[in-house]
Ligand binder design. Structure first.
Ligand code: FES
Length: 148
C-alpha cells in the first residue's frame, strides 16, 4: 500500500468512525458492516443519508461515482441492510434503472438484477459491481467504499 493510498484509507476509516458514538462502536461495526470482514482495506468514497429508504427495494441514485465512473445506486435490501451498486449494466454498460418491485432492469437489452446486484435474467452473465458499505444506524448514513 503506497503512502497516498494509506492516507486515503486512514481518512476513510476516520470518517467511518466519526459517526460512531464511541470507540466501543468498533466492535458492533463488524456485525453491521457489509461485507462482514472488517479486515478488508477500502477507500472511502461517500457518506449517504439513507433515512428516506424506509422500505425494502427503496433506492437512491447518488451523484457519487464508482470505479467505473457510473453513479452509485444505494438500495435497501432489508432491515438495516443496503447494497451500493454501480448503475453501469454489466452487459454493455447502459445505465440501469432504479429497482421496481424488487428488480433492477437495464433498458437497453432487458438484463435484470436482484436488489443485491445478482443476475436474475440475461443477456448479462455478470452481476452489477457492488461496493463495500458500512451502515451507521444512529446517523442513518451509509458509508460507501471501494475494496483495495
Ligand atoms: S447493456 Fe444492459 S442489457 Fe445490454
Amino acid at each position: 500500500m503506497g503512502d497516498s493510498t494509506r492516507r486515503e484509507f486512514v481518512r476513510g476509516a476516520a470518517r467511518l468512525l466519526a459517526g460512531s458514538a464511541a470507540a466501543a462502536a468498533v466492535v458492533p461495526l463488524a456485525a453491521a458492516c457489509e461485507p462482514p470482514d472488517p479486515t478488508r482495506s477500502w477507500t472511502f468514497r461517500a457518506s449517504i443519508d439513507v433515512s428516506a429508504l424506509t422500505s425494502d427495494g427503496a433506492a437512491i441514485t447518488t451523484t457519487t461515482s464508482g470505479v467505473d465512473d457510473a453513479p452509485i445506486l444505494i438500495v435497501r435490501t432489508g432491515h438495516e441492510a443496503f447494497a451500493a451498486l454501480s448503475t453501469r449494466c454489466a452487459h454493455e454498460g447502459c445505465p440501469v434503472n432504479p429497482p421496481v418491485n424488487g428488480v433492477i432492469t437495464c433498458p437497453c437489452h432487458g438484463s435484470q438484477y436482484a436488489l443485491d446486484g445478482k443476475v436474475l435474467r440475461g443477456p448479462t452473465i455478470y452481476p452489477l459491481t457492488r461496493y463495500l458499505t458500512y451502515y451507521d444506524r444512529k446517523a442513518s448514513r451509509l458509508s460507501v467504499g471501494i475494496a483495495e
